[in-house]
Design a protein. Structure first.
Length: 564
């Protein structure tokens, strides 16, 4: 087993195909390895994963170790106060999808964020009403008990040690503190931990110490997850919520359930592609867009024309997302969205010569009868046995709801913002939603998280995912087509500049590192451009024909990399 402890790798978030790029931000780490590999958004998390391997763990043990460590050193993005989707490819070929998405509290109401008939967006983003019931810890516990070699405490205690001893914050953490400090100041417990004594943000290199979070981790290690789900942590949360106008109760935590979902499978140019089903929109629309793109010979196209086709396919998929997608336990989500015949009808709408206005959603086949079943930061690991894990975890925007439950160190998510607070009103990422994603007690909000595993001849060859709100979908998509269609190296596939279209607003978010010639050609095709600094954070693992792992992780630290 090779020592990868200082290699920063990860699978998650967003990618892009392009031509004539200049000043592309570099991939942070690129590594080829032997029998095991891990990819996570911080070197200490990658080291935790590799330590799990060295101590007899498998890829599931390594993934959980990475996830719990990220909940300390990358706490602005993820943690046990949030949720996750975990996709596991087992050595016997079975693929398991574990849904740890947050659930709305029992007292949640459809119009809870409306005041005077209008949505007040800040209520779903910051403070006591913004959080759903977290699921990441329940997923980690389930995955270890059913597929791991080690115990939950084996992952919790080393992470607790890091929390107690402290760690230096990185540039992304420091930038997010600058962005969200005015909201953090509203909550004394959060301000005391995350800001300086004078209320100013901590700076890159400053040391954060999470003693209360360390105590929470140790209590869970001793008592099991019941400490969190209905025990002392849940009771502390209920007390704070009652005192501050929230609605979450200890019983909400006790009622939380993970869901074992049927993975979403499609094929693409001789490969099998496994993604996550609803309440993830990512798996559905990665599959839908890939199905549309099969109608085109992308490899033979000139680069800007290829970008144009991909953008048009993105628009069509996101128009469907806005109308059809929600928690399949509550809403009728058609399986036909990933139907190849439906994809061909959408692909036929793409004009190779100009951008086309997409007026609204399509209607997939059997849209009322063939439905998804009602049962239901990214990091990735793999080992030589064929056990692969792709997991995307988040607390949503930077520092979630900005609420740290007193005495626990746990930062609570703001995933209630991922519901449609009012159909037609965009959320923090500008996404529109319809009735399928309306708030209801116990319901899970729609997500863009897209953990994906690609197989060739029944063998996993690639795992990918990303961070960055709705760009997660297009990042993961573009990493796949760059690797499979354009035969790029994994490093090149993640290194190229990015673009993204989510139907509404009707514009292409595109990185400024493309050349002016690319911008001009896209404008001539009729595209409105939002030229943007580098954004997103994608990570991937691949296995070559010789059985050698390759892992790449990048972070465009000057762009937004919030989870979603």
């Amino acid at each position: 087993m090779m020592n990868l402890s200082r290699i920063l790798l990860s699978v998650s978030f967003f990618g892009i195909t392009c031509a004539a790029a200049v000043d592309a931000p570099p991939v942070r780490h690129h590594h080829r390895a032997g029998k095991t590999i891990a990819a996570a958004g911080h070197p200490l998390a990658t080291e935790a994963a590799m330590n799990a391997f060295r101590n007899g763990g498998n890829a599931v043990d390594a993934a959980v170790a990475a996830g719990l460590t990220l909940g300390v050193v990358d706490a602005h993005n993820s943690g046990i106060g949030g949720g996750c989707f975990m996709l596991i490819h087992l050595p016997n070929g079975k693929v398991v999808a574990i849904d740890g998405r947050e659930m709305a509290p029992a007292k949640a109401q459809r119009d809870m964020f409306l005041r005077g008939g209008n949505a007040v967006s800040q209520l779903s983003k910051t403070g006591p009403l913004a959080s759903g019931i977290p699921g990441s810890l329940a997923v980690y516990d389930h995955a270890l008990r059913h597929f791991g070699n080690r115990k939950l405490s084996d992952a919790l205690l080393p992470a607790a040690k890091i929390a107690e001893e402290g760690f230096a914050i990185d540039p992304v953490w420091a930038r997010k503190l600058r962005t969200y400090a005015k909201y953090i100041r509203q909550f004394p417990q959060s301000a005391a931990l995350l800001l300086k004594d004078d209320g100013s943000p901590m700076l890159e290199g400053d040391v954060v110490v999470f003693k209360n979070l360390a105590r929470t981790y140790r209590a869970i290690a001793n008592d099991g997850i019941r400490h969190f789900y209905g025990g002392a942590f849940a009771r502390a949360t209920e007390r704070w919520m009652k005192e501050n106008g929230g609605i979450i109760t200890a019983q909400d935590f006790a009622n939380y359930q993970i869901k074992i979902r049927e993975p979403l499978r499609t094929t693409y140019r001789g490969h099998e592609v496994y993604g996550f089903p609803p309440p993830s929109s990512g798996g559905v629309h990665v599959a839908q867009i890939l199905n549309m793109l099969e109608s085109f010979d992308l490899a033979a196209m000139e680069a800007v024309q290829r970008m144009h086709v991909v953008i048009e396919a993105q628009k069509l998929a996101f128009a469907d997302r806005a109308f059809w997608l929600g928690d399949a336990d509550f809403a009728n989500v058609p399986k036909g969205l990933s139907d190849k015949r439906y994809a061909r009808t959408l692909a036929a709408k793409i004009d190779l010569q100009k951008a086309t206005k997409v007026g609204g959603h399509g209607t997939p086949p059997r849209s009322t009868t063939d439905l998804f079943s009602k049962h239901t930061t990214h990091f990735t690991t793999a080992d030589a046995s064929g056990l692969w894990v792709a997991c995307t975890a988040t607390i949503n925007t930077g520092f979630g709801s900005k609420v740290i439950i007193p005495g626990t160190g746990v930062i609570m998510n703001n995933q209630m913002d991922d519901f449609s607070a009012q159909p037609g009103v965009p959320n923090a990422f500008g996404l529109l939603g319809a009735e399928a994603n309306a708030i209801a007690p116990g319901k899970r909000p729609l997500s863009s998280m897209s953990p994906t595993i690609v197989l060739k001849d029944g063998r996993p060859i690639m795992s990918v995912g990303a961070a960055g709100g709705p760009t997660i979908i297009t990042q993961s998509l573009l990493a796949i087509i760059r690797k499979l269609d354009l035969d790029m190296s994994l490093k090149e596939a993640l290194e190229r500049p990015r673009y993204h279209h989510q139907w509404s607003p009707d514009q292409v978010r595109i990185e400024k590192t493309f050349s002016e010639g690319v911008f001009e050609q896209l404008r001539r095709l009729g595209h409105r451009l939002d030229i943007h600094k580098p954004f997103g954070a994608s990570h991937a693992i691949a296995l070559d024909e010789k059985g050698i792992f390759e892992g790449v992780s990048e972070s465009r630290i000057y762009g937004r990399v919030d989870g979603h």
